[in-house]
Design a protein. Sequence first.
Length: 282
Amino acid sequence: MDVPATGVRSGPGDVPSTAERDRSLRALRGRWRTASLAAGWRFPSDWALPEVDAVCAAVMSKGRVEAAEIALAGLARARAAAGAGLAETLADLAALHAVLDHGGDGFVSPDVDATPSRLLRMTALAWADVATDQLVHTEVTDPLTGLPSAAYLRTRLVEVYQAAAACERPAAEEHMLLVVSLDLSTVAGFLRLTGMILVADALRAVFDSGQSVATLGPSVVAALVQRDDKVASHGVALRRALHERLSVDAQLADAGQPRVSAVRLPATHELACDLLARLARV
């Protein structure tokens, strides 16, 4: 798939000037953008990225789009980071392929199925690298509180139960859950959000020595702690931290004191996951 002529003529052995190269790059970029929008690119203002120019430069300098794989992979990663879907990213690649394959200035019809499979595979893998990483981080972190999610705590409990099994003793002998639930039924809107942010901050302040803290539900958070002589003092410190933070707002203070409960771990990890699901609905 050779780069089409751009209307700039050079004699034998001539080296195109910088101005000529710039005009060629702008022409290629403009035709690519037009074809991509025609192929269904949803938001025209989001199409232009620095990586687009890198792809155009690589294609023009190397003569064939297949030789610009590194630049295309960089664009695919940038598309994923910017929130473009895989179908949209592949359609954009097909638009570039159609522009280069057509070789003229007329209308082109991008076709993903006509794009070389190697380019499709390389672009999809590069896009997935970033998209998968974003998905993992989204799933394990609650966007409101900044605490890990229940999915993280379930994974952490796998390790706890495995360690207990290796020592041939119940997991409940070594660990337990301290669960905080806050009744937010009398408040709404921003105050509900503020209440949970303050609760999360209190748990982070008290459990700052490697304990696992997570959000279980809209008004429930929990800490996985060791069963030792510090459990009681942690409970007292947690109640004090919650009171200090929630008392700064009269409506939150009137909503009722948060309930702090010590919860014993069940016999198996499967039962522990069921327990987390029930606690989330408190």
